[in-house]
Design a protein around this ligand. Sequence first.
Ligand SMILES: [Ca+2]
Ligand SMILES: [Ca+2]
Length: 635
Amino acid sequence: MSAAKQKNSIDRIEPTNWFVGMKNPQVQLMLYGKDIAKVESVTTDYPGVTVDSLVHLDSPNYLLVYLNVKNAQPGTMKLTFQGKNEKGKVKREAVNYQLKAREMKGEDRKGFDISDVLYLLMPDRFASGRTDNDQIAGMNTYVNDRTQPSLRHGGDMEGIRQHLDYFTDLGVTALWFTPVLENNSPDQGGYSTYHGYATTDYYKVDPRFGSNEEYRRLVDEAHQKGLKVVMDMIFNHCGFEHPWVKDMPTADWFNQPEWLSEDKDNGLDPMTGFGSGQKESKYLQTSYKLTPVVDPYASEVDLRETVEGWFVPSMPDLNQHNPHLMRYLIQNSIWWIETVGIDGIRMDTYPYAYREPMAQWMKELDNEYPNFNTVGETWVTEPAYTAAWQKDSKLSEQNSYLKTVMDFSFFDKLSQAKNEETDAWWQGLNRLYNSFVYDYLYPNPSSVMAFVDNHDTDRFLGNGRDTLMLKQALALLLTVRRIPQLYYGTEILMNGTKEVTDGNVRKDFPGGFPDDTHNCFTKEGRSRAENNMFNWLSRLLHWRNGNETIIRGYQTQFIPYNGVYVITRRWHRNTVMTILNGTSQPATMEVKRYAEVIGHVGRVQDIPTGRYYDLSKDLVLKPRQSLVLEFTEKE
Ligand SMILES: [Ca+2]
Ligand SMILES: [Ca+2]
């Protein structure tokens, strides 16, 4: 038989290649093709490779092949598939599959940590480096229109790459992009998947953002400039247009699979959440309430709704308890680390996925990359909640192995504090003081990621431009014992609220798009107010980089007194002292109260402004003033 002339029945193999020299020598290949389940055996004579097993799924169009490549060298191996057609005739087919060498050992991949500052941006909204990718032929219909806050705007990888110097100029050390994988979904009622959270191909960058090669180039060039890159991943759900939806590998691949029925009376309309037959909806949406996952008293109905309810009708909920699906997802994360060299993962909607398989994922990643880091989105505003999700937490029976969690308490308390006076207990910056008290709950408070806003929240400035409170928030964020995360545009006073629309907190970065007249990438293009904020923050960021006191220092905080909140970090004889006047009145900070950290220090410098202050006498602070002082005690 001439395999070359015959139409190949294998449309797709995932992963598209694998690697030799992994600690886990096994790899799952997911093959897709019409009636591929007729394959009865797979063989290879490639040295060092054995076929562990062949797994048939419910759909006849999928086949899983588990290979052991422990003793293999890099190269291209031939896999021969054999089965019988309808007439009982033996049919053989061969495909080539590449095993690549790893570029470095897993131990050498170092993730982000407290020495970093992450800068979160949305690729569609940051900068467009090419207009030829704004419309891609063959994709589901979509509109690129910058006047519409919920449609695509044309930002891409090339736009980010062209502005890498902007990030180093500002002083951040790591970039976190919202998801970059393909979201081939049609626009629905004026909404599109520009945000990237509805994956339709786990192995391909969305062509509107660029190619896998462009992603790799971007990461390489970022690395050359000392910038790390964090990849946003989603294991809880995929997009409605994912091939798995049209042809489910197994009956339990998704939670509520009945909603993916072809039957028009029962099948789901991803836009409305109702079957097009207009029957009463059985569709179960998540309650978005994450507490049942840890609640010792949780009812089954609540827990099921949280974890098995779909995030939205257009994002079917994946069942991570299916071991083949979980293997697919675990491999996918490893493939991106090896293929483009990312330095970290941000896992979306972490507690919405089943806890055990997610812990298995983290454990395997930790085994392969012990110095890598992953941050999970754990959106509950109580420290006791997020702490239970951190690796090695004694608060949980099940170890999550998740090294970094997100401090939604910090965000929440700050959001309230900004509109309050601090001189009342439980109000204003007292909320922050009280939130840090519970750091004893975290196995590692230095590995908790904090932020003042992100793509899912109001911008810190709301609809205003009050830089005094923003500076307080950022002074705290960048000096406390946390991994700080900034949201793009905060440095140039971008504002917005979700009340208007989600797109209102995801506006285009000025200067990133063709014909922009306002260009915030340069000092000349920024307004005076924008430069004031940019420069203030930039000085603080550059000073923070490599600062041992910030990275390792002991933290001491003082209960807000006379409306003034003081928190210090100390390492050897060096002290960083953050002072915030949380009231709209002048406030006096009595230095004797802080003698244990001030010692006999005199004139000290405020890092972000360069101005000097005398700590040998009481300090009179202006309304909402913030200071970040650093000093070294003499012997
Ligand atoms: Ca573009
Ligand atoms: Ca789920």
